[in-house]
Design a protein. Structure first.
Length: 311
């Protein structure tokens, strides 16, 4: 493959190259070569939920030196971040000659950086591939936060923080949030910390510290036993519907479709978890919902984050 023929590139999270490759193949995107976790393609850029970052405008050009590479990048735009599976030292020396880009962990609540962030890599010691236009505002698509190691009962809160940062929206104080399959309470903890009213639904108990929060109501019942039409008639429209429940994707899809059809929730955010093989058919069904947002977050495992109702 000639470097100048590369028209798009897709960066997979570590350990999820197979999922990304399968998704790209289903979309008709041909992977000509892999550069570490970066899938290089001669096809135009396409949506890819399993990509942490999509390089939508890659350009390849020879460079005579580190200084030349840095100058070429600065001529294109200000902010760049390296991806260096090979020639790491050389890529870092180029970065040292570029304007500083902060990689300090974010403090929640926050939104993702708004300044454009390009990505570059060295295909060879004197061959640079750079994309000024990338899908993620985070370095290599990886969101980092100042973690709270005392309040939440699990680390699941991090993927909710990341989703809110990327979507640039989060529950406001006083809004009603329905958290389905809430145990042990990581997402409920986040929502309550934002000042929202949280109704946590799960047959299993919540962490006592979370259940005791003043704006949290616990209901010990099945998340899948709720009828959205009856709920809306009795309780009113919920501002936010959440689910991080462990369930087969098809079952969760039916739940989401039911709440959307009933117009019982203004916004929906949930985790599509895969047990065993990746169910690409289900993932595509989620993505096909009008207004859907589907992405593998840097804090996701073998799962995707789905959102609906966000402007």
């Amino acid at each position: 493959m000639k470097a100048e023929a590369i028209r798009s590139a897709y960066l997979a999270a570590e350990g999820f190259e197979v999922q990304l490759a399968s998704e790209l193949a289903r979309r008709g995107v041909r992977v000509a070569a892999w550069h570490g976790r970066l899938a290089l393609s001669c096809d135009p850029p396409a949506a890819a939920a399993w990509a942490l970052n999509i390089w939508r405008e890659p350009r390849a050009f020879p460079v005579a030196s580190i200084a030349d590479a840095a100058a070429r990048l600065r001529d294109i735009q200000r902010n760049w971040w390296p991806y260096a599976p090979v020639h790491h030292r050389r890529a870092m020396l180029i970065a040292e000659r570029l304007p500083h880009v902060s990689a300090r962990p974010l403090v929640f609540p926050c939104t993702a950086p708004e300044a454009p962030l390009g990505s570059y890599t060295l295909l060879g010691p004197e061959l640079l591939l750079a994309s000024p236009d990338c899908s993620s505002p985070f370095p290599n698509g990886e969101a980092r936060f100042v973690e709270d190691r005392k309040g939440p009962p699990s680390r699941a809160y991090l993927k909710l923080w990341e989703a809110f940062a990327l979507l640039r929206q989060r529950p406001a104080p006083g809004e009603t949030c329905l958290d389905l399959g809430a145990s042990p309470g990581g997402w409920t903890w986040v929502l309550a910390s934002l000042g929202a009213r949280v109704i946590a639904v799960d047959k299993a108990p919540l962490d006592p510290r979370v259940a005791a929060l003043p704006n949290v109501e616990v209901r010990r019942e099945s998340a899948f036993g709720l009828d959205p039409v009856r709920w809306c008639a009795a309780e009113g429209l919920v501002d936010w519907l959440f689910s991080d429940v462990i369930a087969y994707p098809g079952r969760l899809l039916r739940l989401v479709q039911g709440w959307i059809a009933a117009r019982a929730a203004r916004r929906i955010l949930c985790t599509v978890k895969f047990q065993g093989a990746t169910d690409h058919d289900a993932a595509e069904a989620f993505a096909a919902i009008p207004g859907a947002w589907l992405r593998h977050l840097s804090h996701n495992r073998h799962e995707l984050t789905f959102a609906w109702g966000f402007s």
